[in-house]
Design a protein around this ligand. Structure first.
Ligand SMILES: Cc1cc2nc3c(=O)[nH]c(=O)nc-3n(C[C@H](O)[C@H](O)[C@H](O)COP(=O)(O)OP(=O)(O)OC[C@H]3O[C@@H](n4cnc5c(N)ncnc54)[C@H](O)[C@@H]3O)c2cc1C
Length: 193
């Protein structure tokens, strides 16, 4: 059984979890999510308009640790729901094609519930470092030490994994990642890095 850490509980992290969960004899996973809920970018926060420059640039977001989304209040998707949805779960039929951000967040929560992802979530847990420790001579023989810190705690917890999947979105940095020799898989908008 391989242990896998997924960093980020947005659309990309949930999708990874769904497919690892489908091979539950091979993989055991946890999702670290620094926010209080899943959904990533789709977790709209009313505080957005109060940011310094009156808009939500990356600098605004980086300077406000509590907000990880540039979603705005009346946003509707720019893709029809049939193109946005995962292949194995449809948006509710009653919704029109271009859904609101609330509908997307509800959909992602339904997806997590439907595929049993919810119980593997570590909410309010921010990953602070990921280190590859070589265990044998081959570069590929490594374990990954993941340190995370829970909200309202000063003491990081370190756990070991066979693999780490980075799904932290494009708004946040990879500064927690310490490895120069090992390939790194980023999916979702994280691939923009
Ligand atoms: C304004 C706006 C409108 C958009 N409209 C559309 C649209 O209409 N259609 C469409 O298909 N796409 C749209 N997108 C693109 C959207 O980014 C993707 O749909 C998708 O939600 C990206 O998912 P993700 O999981 O890659 O990243 P994110 O949603 O950003 O999720 C990343 C998650 O990782 C967590 N995280 C980051 N660092 C850490 C850490 N160190 N430890 C623990 N957790 C961490 C974050 O808290 C977050 O929950 C839009 C994006 C924006 C910003």
């Amino acid at each position: 059984m391989k242990r896998v850490a997924i960093i980020g509980g947005g659309a990309a992290g949930l999708c990874m979890a769904r497919y690892l969960g489908a091979k539950s004899r091979m993989f055991n996973y946890v999702i670290y999510e620094k926010g209080k809920g899943i959904g990533g970018t789709w977790a709209y926060d009313d505080n957005i308009p109060s940011l310094k420059y009156g808009h939500t640039g990356v600098e605004d977001l980086k300077s406000n640790k509590d907000i990880h989304s540039s979603m705005y209040k009346n946003l509707r998707t720019n893709l029809p729901k049939h193109l946005m949805e995962f292949p194995d779960l449809s948006f509710p039929q009653r919704l029109k094609s271009f859904v609101s951000h609330k509908d997307v967040l509800a959909y992602l929560n339904d997806y997590a519930t439907h595929f049993g992802i919810t119980k593997q979530l570590r909410l309010n847990n921010s990953v602070t470092s990921v280190k590859a420790i070589q265990t044998k001579e081959k570069v590929s023989d490594v374990i990954w030490k993941v340190s995370s810190i829970a909200e309202n705690s000063n003491a990081p917890i370190e756990e070991a994994f066979d693999a780490v999947i980075v799904c932290n979105g494009y708004l946040l940095s990879l500064s927690f990642f310490y490895s120069s020799t090992i390939g790194l898989l980023c999916i979702g908008t994280s691939t923009i890095y």
